[in-house]
Design a protein around this ligand. Structure first.
Ligand code: CO
Ligand code: CO
Ligand code: CO
Length: 314
């Protein structure tokens, strides 16, 4: 077959990862993500970057197997943070059962770290962002607000407990959530990262040719994040860009600007956003609970809409 026939998921549908059918009953999943430190502690940063990169495999319903380190680091800077970053990344890869089999380092003025991750899935069993159907319920498995909290923390404007709450979420693998999803069966899935909740939902709606309605009151938000968004001086630049890019799709006349910002907050290592048929919702929520996923919020529904609008109600 032509390579294009073996490419089950490519770059055109804005999905989390590419899926390539090897033709022997197995498909490989490929993805990469790396970025500048979002927290001061290098070990925490390594863990977060590792969990975030591996998450795209889980979002596709796959099993991550190997990874390569990608590290940018100033050649004349103290080596001990570098070792801490790699050790944090290794720690979470190990927890995920992922072997780090190599990598590449280059000299750069600002440190950056992440992974290129390979996973496997049975061809056809991949969960894309293109399968959501009208009537499906939307489930989110981590609270949002990590962008606002880590930006505030860089300015020293956040209470340590609030930052710890955000870090605890970001270093939590989406493995259990993904395994529950695969066991029960979902129509569509993506993980909530840089484009924010509404941005990633917009990609799912476009990919699936549907619209969505969500309820602000049902969206889980990290403790401390609302008061930071209200003071207004720790909003990440990416969050404003996200807000701009969803303006034409979002229908949210009742929402305050603060609420719109929160729903667009650029996340790192966010949860899975799942679309699941109504006859499977109870099984999914029970399975998530059984697998120990503490956040399993039903935030809205998929609706028929060829223009892919997202209506947000209070
Ligand atoms: Co993703
Ligand atoms: Co990604
Ligand atoms: Co090299």
């Amino acid at each position: 077959a032509a390579p294009s026939a073996q490419l089950l998921v490519g770059n055109d549908s804005k999905d989390d990862a590419a899926v390539y059918d090897l033709g022997d009953g197995q498909a490989i999943i490929s993805t990469t993500d790396f970025f500048m430190p979002i927290v001061d502690d290098p070990f925490d940063f390594g863990q977060i970057a590792s969990v975030n990169a591996i998450s795209d495999i889980y979002a596709m319903g796959g099993k991550p197997i190997t990874a390569l380190n990608i590290l940018c680091y100033p050649v004349d800077m103290d080596r001990s943070p570098l070792e801490q970053i790699l050790s944090g990344g290794y720690d979470k890869a190990k927890e995920a059962g992922v072997l780090i089999v190599g990598g590449h380092t280059l000299d750069d003025t600002e440190p950056k770290y992440g992974l290129a991750v390979t996973g496997t899935v049975k061809p056809g069993a991949q969960v894309t962002n293109a399968g959501a159907n009208p009537g499906d319920l939307l489930v989110l498995t981590k609270p949002i607000g990590t962008g606002i909290i880590t930006t505030a923390a860089k300015k020293g404007a956040v209470n340590p407990e609030v930052l710890k709450g955000a870090i605890d979420q970001m270093v939590t693998l989406n493995r259990s959530a993904s395994e529950a999803m695969v066991e029960v069966g979902a129509s569509a899935c993506t993980d909530v990262t840089g484009f924010g909740l509404v941005g990633h939902l917009a990609s799912m709606c476009a990919g699936s040719n549907v619209g969505a309605q969500i309820y602000l009151a049902d969206v889980p938000v990290l403790p401390g994040a609302w008061s930071l968004v209200e003071t207004g001086d720790s909003i990440p630049g990416g969050t404003y860009r996200n807000l701009n890019s969803v303006q034409s799709k979002a229908r949210w006349p009742d929402l305050s600007q603060e609420a719109r910002i929160m729903l667009c907050d650029a996340q790192t290592s966010g949860g899975l956003l799942l679309a699941v048929s109504p006859d499977r919702i109870n099984a999914l929520l029970q399975t998530l609970e059984r697998y120990g996923v503490p956040t399993r919020s039903v935030i809205g529904t998929i609706v028929e809409d060829p223009e892919h609008h997202i209506a947000v109600h209070m």
